[in-house]
Design a binder for this molecule. Structure first.
Ligand SMILES: NC(=O)c1ccc[n+]([C@@H]2O[C@H](COP(=O)([O-])OP(=O)(O)OC[C@H]3O[C@@H](n4cnc5c(N)ncnc54)[C@H](O)[C@@H]3O)[C@@H](O)[C@H]2O)c1
Length: 312
């Protein structure tokens, strides 16, 4: 299947940077546009990418030419001259985006706003993918249709065709290292969109699994309650931080303890996912740990903010 010639990655946090990197280095997409509402994130993210590429070169995994070409295919989109909140989407459309991977913060209102803007501004055959960890793809597809304006209903032919282009393409952290991509069709996703999403993920060097559009999909419906339970163990004093992590590492062979893993994912992201599980199922077994909420209130978001359960 033909790969897109131009993709856009929205959000230059830890996931967006990783996705842009594998799209350029592995899938060799000729143009990878990178947008973040906070330009400092793009600068910081590209510096980090340069370090990863330099390490690959020094270890002989890729050539210097390859590293240079990888970076040249990535183009940052500057939001500072924007005329309105979603001006960037016009630019992504004008530059010929054929597939979007949205990797902005895990909040429904943020993602819905982005999908409305994308549907309004991109060509009507572009694939609109989200890297969300837990939010309903069906809901984001509905938001995309709303972006076409009041005259287009979600159940009309135009509405169904627009929603049919929305799909979940869930990479794992760190993207260049983790071998999996979970693809999630919403209720409206077309077969053609699903196949294009799978082909893109495979070209990025990933094995592909499919999950139904349920809160957390397969991956986080399993992982996040486990991390939440570990935080509850810490909260109730069952064991210390180090003993909780050591138990899972040395007793169960996990490469990383659950509290360290939560720090790596980002505690704000963990809380958002757990809330989606709780609200999406209304099952009390998914209630987020109070300590997790307090850590986020404190701005202790894990590795990305320098402090979480551990100091970085
Ligand atoms: N962290 C993980 O382990 C992990 C794994 C798989 C999927 N995800 C998902 O990937 C997405 C991003 O997670 P992350 O860990 O990279 O988060 P992050 O906090 O590192 O980065 C999020 C980025 O989104 C940007 N952003 C916020 N609102 C925006 C908007 N309206 N337009 C453009 N950019 C905007 C922020 O400036 C930030 O740079 C989330 O949906 C998350 O659930 C995360």
């Amino acid at each position: 299947m033909a790969l897109p010639r131009t993709i856009s990655v929205i959000g230059a946090g830890q996931m967006g940077i990783g996705i842009a990197l594998v799209a350029s280095l592995r899938a060799r997409i000729p143009k990878v546009l990178l947008y973040d509402q906070n330009p400092a994130q793009i600068t910081k993210g590209l510096e980090f990418m340069d370090k990863l590429l330099a390490k690959d070169v020094s270890k002989g995994r890729i050539s210097e030419e390859d590293a240079k070409a990888t970076r040249e295919r990535i183009i940052s989109i500057n939001s500072s001259s924007a005329k309105d909140e979603y001006d960037w989407a016009r630019e992504l459309g004008e530059r010929g985006t054929e597939m979007v991977i949205e990797a902005a913060s895990e909040r429904v209102s943020i993602k819905e706003g982005i999908f409305r803007a994308l549907a309004r501004n991109l060509s009507n055959d572009a694939v609109l993918a989200s890297n969300t960890s837990s939010i309903s793809i069906t809901k984001l597809a509905g938001a995309a249709v709303d972006g076409l304006g009041k005259n287009v209903s979600r159940a009309s032919e135009e509405g169904k065709s627009c929603a049919g282009r929305v799909v979940g393409v869930h990479f794992f952290n760190p993207v260049p290292v983790m071998k999996l991509c979970e693809v999630i069709p919403g209720l409206q996703t077309s077969e053609a969109t699903l196949e294009r999403a799978k082909a893109f993920a495979a070209a990025c060097g990933k094995e592909v699994t499919t999950s139904k559009d349920v809160p957390g999909f397969v991956s986080n419906a399993l992982l996040m309650p486990f991390l939440n339970e570990a935080i509850m163990c810490l909260e109730s004093g069952t064991a210390t931080r180090d003993d909780i992590d050591k138990t899972l590492r040395l007793g169960m062979g996990h490469p990383m303890g659950p509290l360290q893993l939560a720090d790596f994912i980002g505690l704000d992201t963990c809380l958002a996912i757990q809330e989606t599980l709780y609200e999406g199922t209304r099952d009390s077994k998914y209630r987020p740990s109070i300590l997790l909420g307090r850590m986020v209130d404190a701005g202790w978001l894990g590795k990305k903010s320098g402090k979480g359960f551990y100091d970085y």
